[in-house]
Design a protein around this ligand. Structure first.
Ligand code: G3P
Ligand code: CA
Length: 301
């Protein structure tokens, strides 16, 4: 009888060890500031990153693009016009695409991009904010939160002879942030919608950091298993998880973390507010991490 009880205890302990409540690299339900605290400050500016830290975000997200001279900068779009005054500063440098003028990041050097204002579109009080380099972002966040860069549209840059994965691997190495646990105060996770990008990081550049795969359509347990070859975690849109909450258990069964995106004020569906939405995702659906424009609203214990 005593042996049976001991065996039961050991089995329970082993199962708990196999299926931790929270998955590496997350050590608790994790609050990720999406493009910084982008609900309250202009996305991807130092102001947004600093506000995210003030709000207590666990991780800060930079989306990455590459300049003409190969420097990683923090910007969501492959073009500059939505979030900067490029149209005003470089009126003659537009490219025509589908009958519309556009200003691709890859056609501007870092020195040129640094002439742009990236804050005033969000409010006069943010005038003077610049497009930060990834190095400036690292310097602002290091020691205060984790960093979760996204390789954004790497195929666009590949066609131009620019290798985003190589640039990311090199900058993380130069900052001694290229291995898990290298700086306990600054864990680094890399995310992408591009499986090829994650595979390149792992195989061509020997990346040992946790990799997270972003997607927008439901995936079966078998499909998640296939993803495990190149990703340590999944990052479905919140719509996927809300439609089929079982995807969280499917991922956890495989030892993969679940990060959802994006929770923001004014886009919370049936929930009364963004805090209620994040509370449901974290506490009831048991996702491990949430990207949010409003990191001040993330539910804590
Ligand atoms: O990276 C998570 C989420 O940010 C994906 O969407 O378009 O905001 O980069 P997006
Ligand atoms: Ca992103």
């Amino acid at each position: 009888m005593r042996h049976a009880a001991v065996l039961l205890l050991l089995t329970v302990a082993a199962t708990a060890a196999e299926k931790p409540a929270v998955f590496a690299p997350y050590t608790k339900p994790t609050n990720i500031a999406h493009r910084g605290a982008s609900g309250d400050a202009p996305e991807h500016t130092l102001a947004a990153y600093e506000l995210a830290l003030k709000y207590g975000a666990d991780f800060v997200e930079p989306d990455l693009q590459l300049t003409k001279d190969g420097v990683l900068v923090c910007l969501h779009d492959t073009t500059l016009e939505r979030t900067t005054n490029v149209e005003e500063v470089f009126p003659d440098r537009a490219t025509e695409r589908n009958g519309k003028k556009t200003w691709p990041v890859a056609e501007f050097t870092l020195a040129e991009i640094q002439k742009l204002d990236a804050g005033v579109w969000k409010g006069k009080q943010f005038a003077g904010q610049k497009v930060p380099t990834f190095q400036q972002m690292i310097d602002a966040v290091r020691g205060k939160a984790g960093i979760i860069p996204e390789t954004k549209s790497p195929e666009v840059y590949g066609k131009l002879g620019l290798n985003m994965e190589k640039a990311v691997a090199e900058i993380l190495k130069a900052n001694k942030l290229d291995t898990p646990g290298a700086d306990p105060k600054t864990p680094v996770v890399i995310q992408s919608f591009s499986a090829a990008s994650l595979k390149a990081l792992r195989t061509d550049h020997g990346c040992k950091l946790p990799l997270v795969f972003l997607f927008t359509a439901d995936q079966s347990a078998d499909q998640l298993k296939a993803m495990k070859e190149y990703a340590d975690g999944i990052a479905p849109s919140k719509a996927v998880v809300l439609a089929r909450p079982g995807i969280v258990a499917d991922a956890h069964e495989l030892g993969m973390s679940v990060t959802v995106w994006t929770c923001r004020r004014g886009s919370t569906g049936k929930f009364t507010d963004v805090k209620a939405e994040m509370t449901h995702l974290v506490k009831e659906l048991k996702v491990d991490a949430v990207f949010t424009d409003n990191p001040d609203q993330f539910p804590r214990e």
